[in-house]
Design a protein around this ligand. Sequence first.
Ligand code: N01
Length: 507
Amino acid sequence: MTQAVSQEARHVGVLIVGSGFAGLGAAIKLTQDGRPDFLVIERGSEVGGTWRDNTYPGATCDVPSHLYSYSFELNPNWSRSFSPGWEIQDYLRRTAVKYGVLDKHLFDTELTSARWDEDAAVWAVETTRGPFTADVFVPAIGALCEPALPDVAGIDSFQGEIFHSSRWNHEADLTGKRVAVIGTGASAVQIVPEMAKVVGHLDIYQRTAPWIMPRRDRAYSKPESLAYKYIPGLQRIAREAIYWGRESFVLGFAFQPKILLAAQRIAERHIARQVPDPAMRAKVTPSWQMGCKRVLISNDWYPTLTREQVELVTDGIAEVRPNAIVTTDGTVREVDAIVVATGFHVTDSPAYELITGIGGRVLGDVWRERGQQAYKGATVAGFPNMLFVIGPNMGLGHSSMIYMAESGINYLASALREMDRHGLATFEVRDDAQRDYNATLQKRMRQTVWTTGGCASWYLDEHGNNTTLWPSFTFAFRRITRRFDLAAYRTAVRADRVTRGADAVPA
Ligand code: N01
């Protein structure tokens, strides 16, 4: 650290933090726009973000493959309708090479702080590989990357293997062992069926039962892949069909939750077909409306729960001992290993504590006070020249996040064009623009299933506001991020342009 501070800072036009779909996509876009003056710092040793990190058994995308890719880089060779994680990671690696952006990356480099220098009008960024300054700072850090561990008494005293789903320990041989999985979210429903095939005994600790739909998955045949490759437009048509099919779900999620009751019937029939025992059926049937939390898809979750060596535990966890988990009813279950599939720090990422804006205000503090808020998911009042690619209220429960990331990337690219056009040194979203934008979002949020559905979820922050999801159609978000709307920003013109009329920016 001391060494890093004493080094001279290297200056770049745009500094991107993170090389998942968002950061890598931004790097490609800047390259295509003829802006070579950027750098990506990435704490991992390769691109991929969540797809590099989540290597747990069974890791698979729950959004159809033909939609879950960049719009500019379709892949005719997906092996299945829902791709395995390793295949997506392969796609990202290939894409980074194809678009020639790897030499713009500094891998194994972690952000340690980013501070807006008001006098120099640049971001002063410290990393584990030395300091940087940047005109524009782009945190593309992802929302699902900082593991959230359960706050359970004694968990630190556990003597066996214990790891989070997104930090899978492949050295740990769980064959024939007694294993516990805590959590029954999107990660756990993929992990558990795979684990049950190899472990000796599996305890699954369920706090809230999820809604699970049948998984309509199949392998693509060779002729199909060839057709996607060689028939012009065919894959684009398939992608569009998936996109619009998924977009229709928004009507239920965001506008008229009653519509989702029809889907809930399908999930109820899924339980009825796969779970013969009424007591088990009661345990796995959620008490809240479908859609309130992420809707999961699986054909092997319920059958796994009925296997002899698997126990679904619905009593709360009271404590963890060096070799066991104790539930609130006093039962002690001995285990050799614990897999913690309890999700991520989404609205309270530790990364927000590293970012300091005007007047020394830390983003984490600002967002703790009033909730995670940005303007169009991108810019935050008090933090000039900073643009998230995927920021607050950009998450989706129904479709591909890549689409949202590409909208964020368009907005970034447009901001850089506007800076050039008007000779801007700085831009900062106006408080009133940010406030009005968020007031409208939260008003719309009231009618969504995430608010009315009767569940507690990570979509909501400590103030009870949904600051994670986009409450409308994704094409509506694409429309509002098409152009960087300078009227919503305070700007300052570069010194070399002031003589031509300061702040010469159209209102
Ligand atoms: O995490 P989660 P995840 N004691 O937060 C439980 C994406 N994803 O890693 O529901 C006991 O969904 C918690 O219980 P409850 C996707 O966006 C995508 O599974 O809060 N249990 C829940 O059951 C997803 O939404 C793919 O009552 C505790 C579970 O842990 C997001 O990642 C695949 C607990 C956490 O579920 C996160 O999914 C996988 C405690 N103290 C994930 N704390 C794709 O395919 C929490 N839980 C694209």
